[in-house]
Design a protein around this ligand. Sequence first.
Ligand code: ZN
Length: 409
Amino acid sequence: MHAWEPVPVPVVPGGDGGVVRVYDTVRASVQPVGPATGAARLYACGITPYDATHLGHAFTYVSIDLLVRAWRDAGLDVRFAQNVTDVDDPLLERAADTGTDWRALAEEQTELYRTDMAALRVLPPDALTAVSEVMDGITGTILGLRDRQAAYQLTDPTHPDWYFSVTSTSNLLQGAPVSLPEAEQLFAERGGDPERDGKRHRLDCLVWRQQRPGEPAWDTGLGAGRPGWHVGCTTIALNALGPDFDVQAGGSDLAFPHHPMCAAEARVLTGEPFAQAFLHTGMVSYEGAKMSKSLGNLVFVHRLRAEGVDPMALRLVLLAHHYRSDWEYTAAELAAAQTRLAMWRTAVARPSGPAAGPLIEAVRAALREDLNAPTALAAIDQWAAAPGTDASAPQSVSAVIDALLGIRL
Ligand code: ZN
């Protein structure tokens, strides 16, 4: 499927050769990511298109966008792939509940997501791939796992579903700061089925579900059915980027089991690491609880836009929080971002300001060290509040704010 329109990025001189570091969940430390030269490779787990795009999604993708921008500023090319999980339980349930065709629901919500991302000036992935587009590839992945004794079919005569065998690889729990019982609990909360009879291990994850009445199915060599969640990302990432790419990114609720499952499947299949580092973004809450479909406390980007909120103010709300922090959205957050945006716009419209060089250096340094947007914002606030006589500074500052933070003034 297509992504969204490219977003222009000004080139700010002096960035080449910089090193970008982010917090890798698996190594539990800030680590350099990306090659010294050439192309950095990034996979961001995409949406399940049935409730797009709430502020939690927006925070994740704007945060990941900072990494893409920091890499580009450092002189690297970026190969960026993302999926859309358009075949999965929550989407199918929503379609059934609302009497909508699942394809129509997925297409409508994916289009909304594209529009929201473009409004927020998130750089589009080079490839945006729907799970429904890669059924042959997913089948190939599962058959490859089976050939390596890492996927098996249940003997259940009614629903002989296929599972990935987690004991086929070591260190599944690497990067998941959890004990086995905690892992089972998270697995159950996040789409897994530890209690399913006939599995070899309680954490074995579904890779192919035989068709149930009323469900869509693809008739492949595995029996008419549809794929599990993790194997879709494994397949799309390996197809687009190959093994051992630089970063897999997503919300912190993907830190277990989704990302370790993807990585384990890929390791068995290719004999190589899946990603070098795993980046996870914090959760956004509203009215005292994590934004979630079940609680109904979702704040949608498209609704705020329809109310006339400037998407750049919205982007500034998100950037005011470090990507790893959990935070709560409030009306006061939006008001503060609107004030900041107005102040910055006034500052870059001045005939002159303080010299841009030190500020550019400070913004770059902040973003290269674990994408520290709040520190960058504070440096820009200081510049905007100070008088100065450098006539070229406002334009240079405007360009670095656009290039590295994605805010067009
Ligand atoms: Zn994923």
